[in-house]
Design a protein around this ligand. Structure first.
Ligand code: URA
Length: 432
């Protein structure tokens, strides 16, 4: 078999068999297949798709590109994981993992970096000085056993194929592919050994799935793969037409997550987290039903137990907890400018895609594989769809590291807001 023949077969709408998929995944993991061939293949998959059978084979091959952990060997209780398909301002994991852990569920999660216009939990966590996200398998397990919470990235040992493919997809325009998203997420979930997974499938302008129909199809394929791998999976479809919460950008989002762990922060983000927690606690058998799960989550925040778990997570991963205790210590961007509304009216659109792209342009995401990210830059959105806004009211604050980048996003960010003369209903948080 030659890599080029597999690329050509997919380019010509062929269906790859299991051996071809395994060969390709093995080659990309070891580096025997170079980045340019992997990129060409990813583009062929994006354009021509994969059957459910191919997607399942790809997922299992990626999960098996490293070790596959069985957490039942190490911890008592159902290990629960959570994953979002990617969005703008989605810092949910930073809140729901500590809440679940505070409620007694072992919370072990393998996260990703920024991908296209969407942010990544690992980049956000790394804005805390010293915080490591490259744990070895032994470290991952030890921390889960000792601390009850761990949040790390793919490693040489766990789903390494996803680590490589993810970094290439980010910079080759090949993110928005249902089979590539499903296999990326589910390979990490299977490798990290969680028995139960809550999948938050985002839909809308700032998501990779633009329609409810596509989001449902993505949810369905991930549930099927999870079932095949013996995992309990629940999916929710949630709105990503406007950013979740207010902050977009790495340390800005960590600060907002800390606010939420103290019971504050934007109401939509708090509510989103509570509902995801309720699903995690129910699926993990810590709560008999969603209403009880939600009450437990509220209590874990109110008592400070969830915040303590976040502290424990950061400390265990080598991070400087003084930033968690005093978030004002996070370095601020050099140029901070608030744009005010130039008219009065009802907000009909706060385009998450435009705001996510502006955040990447400011330096919060990557243009090339391996680029460093600027943890201080990003945006803070002050209004939501449906709000009545007066002329002169703050709309959005841009945090930039240089004046040219600040000027570069000003107009596009302004155009992210749509207006109506008549009242507009707010967007729902969840569709299904
Ligand atoms: N999250 C992932 O881990 N992978 C994707 O492809 C998208 C979101």
């Amino acid at each position: 078999v030659r890599a080029v023949d597999i690329i050509i077969k997919k380019r010509d709408h062929g269906e790859l068999n299991r051996e071809e998929i395994k060969f390709f995944v093995r080659g990309l993991t070891t580096g025997r297949i170079p980045d340019y061939q992997v990129s060409a293949w990813a583009m062929a998959v994006l354009l021509n798709g994969m059957t459910p059978r191919e997607t399942t084979d790809l997922t299992l091959a990626m999960a098996q590109s490293g070790e596959v952990l069985d957490m039942m060997d190490f911890v008592k209780g159902v290990v629960v994981d959570k994953h979002s398909t990617g969005g703008v301002g989605d810092k949910t994991s930073l809140v729901v993992l500590p809440v679940a852990a505070a409620c007694g569920l072992p919370a072990g999660k393998m996260s990703g970096r920024g991908l296209g216009f969407s942010g990544g939990t690992l980049d956000k966590l790394e804005s805390i000085p010293g915080c490591r996200v490259d744990l070895t398998t032994d470290e991952f397990i030890r921390q889960l056993v000792e601390t009850g919470i761990v949040l790390s990235g793919q490693s040489r040992d766990l789903a390494p194929a996803d680590g490589k493919l993810y970094a290439l997809r980010d910079v080759t325009g090949t993110v928005q592919s249902m089979p590539l998203i499903a296999s990326s997420i589910m390979s990490k979930k299977i490798a990290a050994g969680a028995q139960a997974v809550v999948l938050d499938v985002k839909v809308g302008r700032g998501a990779f799935m633009q329609t409810l129909e596509d989001a449902r199809a993505l949810a369905q394929i991930m549930v099927s793969i999870g079932e095949l791998a013996g995992r309990s999976v629940v999916t929710v479809l949630s709105d990503m037409n406007q950013p979740l919460g207010a902050a977009v950008g790495n340390s800005l989002e960590v600060r907002e997550a800390l606010d939420a762990l103290h019971g504050g922060g934007p109401a939509d983000f708090r509510e989103h987290c509570l509902q995801i927690c309720a699903h995690m606690l129910t699926l993990g058998e810590a709560a008999p039903d969603l209403a009880t799960g939600r009450r437990m989550a509220e209590q874990a925040v109110a008592s400070g137990a969830a915040f303590e778990k976040f502290r424990a997570l950061v400390r265990a991963q080598g991070g400087d907890v003084s930033y968690v205790d005093e978030p004002e210590k996070f370095p601020q961007a050099k140029f901070i400018e608030t744009l005010a509304a130039e008219r009065s009216g009802y907000l009909s659109r706060v385009d998450a895609r435009v705001i996510g792209e502006a955040s990447v342009a400011l330096g919060a995401g990557r243009a090339k594989k391996g680029d460093p990210v600027d943890h201080a830059v990003g945006l803070v959105v002050h209004c939501k769809v449906g709000e009545a806004v007066e002329r002169g009211q703050p709309l959005i604050t841009v945090h930039a590291s240089d004046a040219a980048k600040q000027a570069g996003v000003r107009e596009s960010v302004r155009a992210a807001f749509g207006w109506s003369e008549t009242p507009v209903p707010p967007l729902p948080l969840f569709y299904e």
